[in-house]
Design a protein around this ligand. Structure first.
Ligand code: HEM
Length: 500
């Protein structure tokens, strides 16, 4: 045996010994892993974790695991060893240490469908650049000066055709509203226009794939969604080319703005626009549907809302104004409590995907570098130690929540309380805090304004929100509509020119 052969002969056993030593060292190093069950090989506990459950609960899986192991436990989810956190403090810590100790880590299938340049899967400098573009475009100044009146216009277009005693599917109507608004805002597409309607249809197929199992075989929802993705991108690309040729380019929408103000490549712009359409449309429409659902069984909150919005409407009538403005919006204080409570109890986004990029120690537990980490934000929102009677829809708990010296909100003796708005994270937190949170609240508030001033509604058939884990009403929330006869104020809905 030559020297070389001898060395090659020794390499495999040496590597094997080193690997075993390393594993032993790591095992020894991470002796304080949280308790938990790693489940079946490969599958782990993913099937149980994703089993649908009522959206106003944390589901049997979380309930069972928290009572067995506590609020921080280990598991094997989405094919990876995972630390699951239902602990509000750890959730905050994870989100605030984005880029330092933890990093965004959505499953590969999400990148496949939203695109590799989607903000949801980008990290580092590219994420910061894209985030800056989104924040600029959703800035407070734009919300005040431009978006508020567009939101109002689209609300009236959707609610206008609602007929006395008719049944409408509230979830579909809310989707129509947010889609039309985002499509106009992103690419100046007009509601009712054939190309907008075509895009909407493609988008529905696309969405079914985003939330389905990532099985890329002929006939699967995922495969169809990948095809829809190409159609939608082709559509956006054509719009982009048209825009490039225009002399007086429209810079009021996101497409025009990005073309003028960024150095992004064509692929990057396409993925950015597609993921903003996704992020800005699905979430706020579900939130609006949830508020309609919760309010239906809480007449006291509807009464209080009606008083608030009638007052705004009366003041507008007196001043001879018709359109809502920022000052009106700021007067919608109880409405903000309803919005908070809807987001707390309904939990539109239930958990986030992260990965530890360093070894982390938290409350004596080890979180090894490379492990997946799931901050379950819904678990904190439904935690009885943080929110009294967490399963009740109680908007009053948010009154004075900010000012209260003890950090406790609500009306003592009459209502539940909340420990601190710190534990309330419907829009995530840290450097990846939702870029559209203010827009989402504005959309909800304006929709509620016109809804309570113009209609009474009742569930037309039983329905409730489920977490799949994306939140959805299986029957699209059918409601029977009655017009409010007493509304002789400015803010009754004018008959729209076109129904769509
Ligand atoms: C009630 C409605 C909404 C909810 C509950 C919601 C929730 C969230 C959450 C939890 C995140 C953080 C994701 C993560 O950290 O992994 C997020 C991110 C994001 N949301 Fe929203 N969102 C809503 C509406 C909107 C709207 C209307 C837009 C506007 C276009 C929007 C745009 C975005 C964007 C661009 C991001 C990525 C931010 C980043 O990575 O820096 N969202 N959203």
């Amino acid at each position: 045996m030559s020297d070389l052969e001898f060395i090659l002969f020794l390499v495999p056993p040496i590597l094997a010994v080193l690997t075993i030593l390393n594993l032993f060292k790591r095992k020894h190093k991470f002796q304080n892993l949280p308790p938990g069950d790693m489940g079946w090989p490969f599958l782990g506990e993913t099937i149980g974790y994703l089993r649908p459950y009522s959206a106003t609960t944390i589901g049997d899986f979380m309930q069972d695991h928290i009572s067995r192991y506590g609020k921080i436990f280990k598991s094997n989810l989405f094919g990876e060893p995972t630390i699951v956190s239902a602990d509000a403090g750890l959730n905050r810590y994870i989100l605030q240490n984005e880029g330092r100790l933890f990093e965004c880590n959505y499953p590969r299938s999400i990148g496949g469908i939203l695109g590799k340049w989607s903000m949801l899967v980008q990290v580092g400098q590219m994420h910061r650049d894209m985030r800056m573009i989104s924040l600029n475009f959703l800035s407070n100044a734009r919300l005040r000066n431009q978006l508020l009146s567009e939101v109002e216009k689209h609300t009236v277009l959707v609610l206008g055709p609602w007929k006395q005693d008719s049944v409408v599917c509230a979830q579909d109507e809310a989707k129509k509203f947010t889609f039309n608004f985002m499509a106009e805002h992103i690419m100046s597409l007009q509601p009712g226009n054939p190309e907008t309607e075509k895009l909407k249809k493609e988008y529905i197929t696309f969405m079914k794939g985003v939330v389905s199992a990532p099985l890329n075989f002929p006939g699967t929802a995922y495969r169809k969604a990948l095809q829809s993705r190409s159609t939608i991108l082709g559509f956006i690309e054509r719009k982009m080319e048209e825009r490039r040729k225009e002399m007086n380019r429209n810079e009021n929408d996101l497409l025009g703005w990005v073309l003028k103000n960024s150095n992004l490549s064509k692929e990057q712009i396409l993925d950015l626009l597609l993921s903003l359409l996704f992020a800005g449309h699905e979430t706020s429409s579900v939130a609006i549907a949830l508020s309609i659902f919760f309010l239906e069984s809480c007449p006291a909150a509807v009464q209080r809302l009606t008083e608030e919005h009638l007052e705004i409407s009366r003041a507008k009538k007196q001043s001879g104004e018709t359109e809502l403005n920022w000052d009106d919006y700021k007067k919608m204080e109880f409405t903000q409590c309803v919005i908070n409570e809807t987001l707390r109890l309904g939990n539109v986004v239930r958990f986030l995907h992260r990965k530890a990029v360093k070894d982390v120690r938290y409350k004596g537990y080890d979180i090894p570098c490379g492990w997946k980490v799931l901050p379950v934000i819904s678990a904190a929102h439904l935690d009885p130690s943080l929110f009294d009677r967490p399963h009740d829809f109680d908007p009053w708990r948010w009154q004075n929540a900010e000012e209260s010296p003890s950090g406790k909100g609500g009306i003592p003796g009459t209502s539940s309380t909340t420990k601190s708005s710190n534990n309330f994270m419907p829009f995530g937190g840290g450097p990846r805090l939702c870029a559209g949170s203010e827009l989402a609240k504005l959309e909800m508030a304006i929709f509620i304004h016109y809804l309570v001033l113009n209609f009474h509604w009742k569930l037309a058939a039983p329905d409730q929100a489920f977490a799949y884990p994306y939140v959805d009403f299986p029957n699209a929330l059918p409601i029977t509509i009655q017009h409010r006869s007493s509304n002789k104020l400015n803010h009754h809905i004018p008959t729209p020119n076109s129904s769509y």
